[in-house]
Write a protein that binds this ligand. Structure first.
Ligand SMILES: CC(C)(COP(=O)(O)OP(=O)(O)OC[C@H]1O[C@@H](n2cnc3c(N)ncnc32)[C@H](O)[C@@H]1OP(=O)(O)O)[C@@H](O)C(=O)NCCC(=O)NCCS
Length: 257
């Protein structure tokens, strides 16, 4: 694997381009190397980085068309961090034909990948248990009729964590969500330190769910970031919303990975 370490130079945040995908995936794989969810859903002794790379490539291509993916990178496009979001959909909205078609395309591509690479250590029973638990969790905590901005990947290169890059990446969507008056949502399998980190971004913990197949448990912590003026935790909102917008410049100068 080529050394993806971003050089100590300026970072910028842009939408993911097709040419950024490989570097973004390397950053994701490094950031999630000790992730509790990944440890639970994969048999690490059989884990195939190649298959995982193929799976994430499919996911990124889907996200470029159907979601919003931001990357923090150096001028040489070395990737310091990546955030993938899916935009809000009204809770009562029926799936459109285009969404339906895109889901099928995703499914066929994943089938092709499984045929080529096998499961690469993925514990299939646990995968379906997670999907079911996630769906129940979201049904129980998603109450905003206009839906939620859903952050389903956030990964900062291990050499770049704790330098404000995660927050700067998230601010790209927080600004949009706040102006629309729509809340944001995420799930983390890491209580410490992630819940605290997300609280700094004005998320609040809402519920935890245990995915337990009798042989191992993975806990998902779900968090919501209310839109300004609509939150359950309105008093704390002024503290972090002021960070939106200004953070990218601060990060550009602060990062010396
Ligand atoms: C979790 C993660 C995305 C956060 O991104 P980051 O760039 O490291 O976080 P930031 O530097 O932007 O920090 C945001 C805030 O959290 C605080 N923070 C950062 N690391 C912290 C820690 N270990 N403990 C407590 N607070 C912390 C920062 O001080 C900052 O607060 P401030 O706004 O008051 O200054 C990143 O660490 C990561 O990729 N971790 C591994 C993969 C992962 O867990 N991804 C998330 C899956 S849900």
């Amino acid at each position: 694997m080529a050394n993806p370490k971003p050089a100590p130079s300026k970072l910028e945040i842009t939408k993911l381009a097709a040419t950024d995908i490989d570097a973004a995936i390397t950053t994701i794989q490094l950031a999630f190397a000790d992730d509790p969810f990944a440890d639970w859903i994969y048999d690490r002794s059989k884990f195939s980085p190649k298959r995982n790379h193929a799976s994430l490539t499919i996911r990124m291509k889907w996200g470029m068309r159907n979601g919003h993916i931001y990357v923090a990178h150096t001028p040489e496009r070395k990737c310091a961090g990546v955030a993938m979001w899916v935009g809000p959909k009204p809770l009562d909205e029926k799936q459109t034909w285009d969404d339906w078609w895109q889901d099928w395309m995703l499914w066929f591509r994943q089938l092709g990948m499984n045929t080529r690479f096998g499961r690469g250590g993925l514990k299939v029973k646990r995968y379906y248990l997670w999907k079911e638990s996630q769906s129940k969790l979201q049904s129980s905590v998603w109450t905003n009729p206009e839906g939620y901005w859903f952050c389903n990947i956030l990964a900062i290169h291990p050499d770049c964590q704790g330098k404000g890059i995660g927050k700067a990446l998230m601010n790209q969507v927080f600004d949009i969500a706040d102006s629309e008056g729509v809340p944001c949502y995420l799930e983390s399998s890491k209580l410490e330190p992630n819940v605290k980190i997300y609280e700094k971004m004005r998320f609040r913990f809402v519920k935890e769910v245990k995915c337990d197949d009798g042989d191992g448990v993975c806990t998902l912590f779900s968090m919501i970031r209310d839109a300004p003026g609509k939150g359950a935790e309105e008093e704390s909102s002024s503290e972090s919303s002021e960070g939106s917008g200004k953070d990218v410049d601060a990060v550009i100068d602060a990062v010396t990975p």
